[in-house]
Design a binder for this molecule. Structure first.
Ligand code: NAD
Ligand code: DAU
Length: 339
C-alpha cells in the first residue's frame, strides 16, 4: 500500500506520519509538502532514514508536480492535511487560504481521478459548522449541523469540503472527510494558543489572551486525531463525513492559567488584548458516529496530554526556538504590537 500524505511537515500531518509508519511498517508513505512558514523538515527528522518514507517538496496547487508524483508512485490512498491553517492569518490575508485550501484540493482530486485511487481523505475542521452559544451547553456539532462559517479560513475549508462531496457525487471519487476539534501536542507551531502560551511563559513574555478569554474550544490530543483518521481511511464508509472530538471543552483563560501553574509562572504574565474579529464563541463535537461505526474513542485525557505536551516543549527547545528566532518575529510584531 502506498499513501501520499500532503502537509506532512506541519503539526498534525507530521504526527500522522510518525503514527502511520509505526502502525503500518510495510506501507510506503510519501510526504508532499510545500514547506511554507508552517512546514518544518525537522518535524520529519525521526523518519527521514526510513526506507519506506519519501519526502517531496511541492505545492498541492502545482498540477504538473502533483501529476508527476502520482505517475511515479501510483498511490492507493491520499490524505490531504496541506492547508493554510491559522485563523488570524486568514483575517489579514484571505487569498492564499482560498488558493491552497480550495484550488489545492481540486488539483489533488483531479490527479486522483486521472490515476485512480482507493481513497481520497480530506482533513477538515469543526470550524465549518460556525460556533455554538456559550449559554447552550446542550448543543453540539453533529455531521448534520449546517455549514455556517465565520472566518476566511473556515470558509475556505468549507468550500473544499463541498468540492470533495461534489467529486464523489459527480465523478464517483471514493472520498471521506473528517472534521476535528482543536488539536494539541508535539510539533504544534507556536503561533497557536497552547504552544504560543508555553513558549511565551518559558521566556517570561506576556501571555496575550483575546477578549475576556471566555471562548471555549474542544481540545483533543493529536495522536487521538491521527488514530481516528487511520480508522476512517481503512474502514470508514465512502462518501461519509466523520466528526472527531473528545468532549473536552475548556475556556481559553483556564488553559492559560493551567499552563502558568504547570510551568511555575505567575498569572501576572496574562495580558488581555483586543479580541479576534468575528471570534467564534464555542466549539463542541458530538463524536457518536465515529464511535458507533468505527469504535473510536479518545485515549489521552487532557490532564495527561497537556503534561506530555509541556514536557515535549521543555525537552525540544531547539525545535521551537529556531522557529521563533526567524521570520516569526516579524509576524509576532505585526500581529500583537497593535492589539
Ligand atoms: P499546519 O499549519 O501546522 O501545517 C500545514 C502544512 O501544510 C505545513 O507543513 C505547510 O508547509 C503545508 N502546506 C501549506 N500550503 C501548502 C501547499 N500549497 N502545498 C503543499 N503543502 C502546503 O496545520 P495543522 O494544524 O497541522 O493542520 C493540518 C490540517 O488539519 C489542516 O487542513 C487543518 O485545516 C486541519 N485541522 C487542524 C486542526 C488543528 O487544531 N490544528 C483541527 C482540525 C483540523
Ligand atoms: O477547531 C479546529 C481549528 O482549531 C483548526 O481548524 C485550526 O486550523 C486551528 O488553528 C484551531 O483554530 P482556533 O482559532 O480555535 O485556534 P487558535 O490556537 O488560533 O486559538 C484558540 C483560541 O485561543 C481562540 O479562541 C483564540 C484564542 N487565542 C489565540 C491566540 C493565538 C488567544 O486568546 N490568544 C492568542 O494569542
Amino acid at each position: 500500500m502506498t499513501i501520499i500524505v500532503t502537509g506532512g511537515a506541519g503539526f498534525i500531518g507530521g504526527n500522522f506520519i510518525h503514527y502511520y509508519l509505526k502502525k503500518h511498517p510495510v506501507d510506503r508513505v510519501i510526504c508532499l509538502d510545500k514547506l511554507t512558514y508552517a512546514g518544518n523538515l525537522s518535524t520529519l527528522k525521526p523518519v527521514m532514514d526510513n526506507p519506506n518514507f519519501r519526502f517531496v517538496k511541492a505545492d498541492i496547487c502545482d498540477r504538473a508536480a502533483v501529476e508527476r508524483l502520482f505517475d511515479e508512485e501510483h498511490p492507493d490512498i491520499v490524505v490531504n492535511f496541506a492547508a493554510e491553517s491559522h485563523v488570524d492569518r486568514s483575517i489579514e490575508n484571505p487569498e492564499i487560504f482560498l488558493q491552497t485550501n480550495i484550488i489545492g484540493t481540486e488539483v489533488l482530486m483531479d490527479a486522483c481521478r486521472k490515476y485512480g485511487i482507493t481513497r481520497y481523505h480530506q482533513v477538515s475542521t469543526d470550524e465549518v459548522y460556525g460556533d455554538l452559544p456559550l449559554d447552550r451547553p446542550d448543543l453540539f456539532f453533529t455531521e448534520q449541523t449546517p455549514i455556517h462559517t465565520s472566518s476566511p479560513y473556515s470558509s475556505s475549508k468549507a468550500g473544499a469540503d463541498l468540492l470533495v462531496l461534489a467529486y464523489h457525487r459527480t465523478y464517483g471519487l471514493p472520498v471521506t472527510i473528517s472534521r476535528c476539534s482543536n488539536n494539541y501536542g508535539p510539533y504544534h507551531f507556536p503561533e497557536k494558543l497552547i504552544p504560543l502560551m508555553i513558549a511565551n511563559a518559558l521566556n517570561d513574555k506576556p501571555l496575550p489572551v483575546y477578549g475576556e478569554g471566555i471562548n471555549v474550544r474542544d481540545w483533543l490530543y493529536v495522536e487521538d486525531h491521527c488514530k481516528a483518521i487511520d480508522l476512517i481511511i481503512h474502514d470508514g464508509r465512502v462518501g461519509e463525513v466523520y466528526n472527531i472530538g473528545g468532549h473536552n471543552e475548556m475556556k481559553n483563560i483556564d488553559i492559560v492559567k493551567l499552563i502558568c501553574k504547570e510551568l511555575g509562572k505567575p498569572e501576572s504574565l496574562i495580558t488581555y488584548v483586543t479580541d479576534r474579529k468575528g471570534h467564534d464563541m464555542r466549539y463542541a463535537i458530538d463524536p457518536t458516529k465515529i464511535h458507533n461505526e468505527l469504535g473510536w474513542l479518545p485515549e489521552t485525557k487532557f490532564a495527561d496530554g497537556i503534561k506530555k505536551t509541556i514536557k515535549w516543549y521543555l525537552e525540544n527547545r531547539e525545535w521551537w526556538e529556531e522557529i521563533i528566532s526567524g521570520e516569526y518575529q516579524n509576524y509576532y510584531e505585526k500581529m500583537y504590537a497593535r492589539r
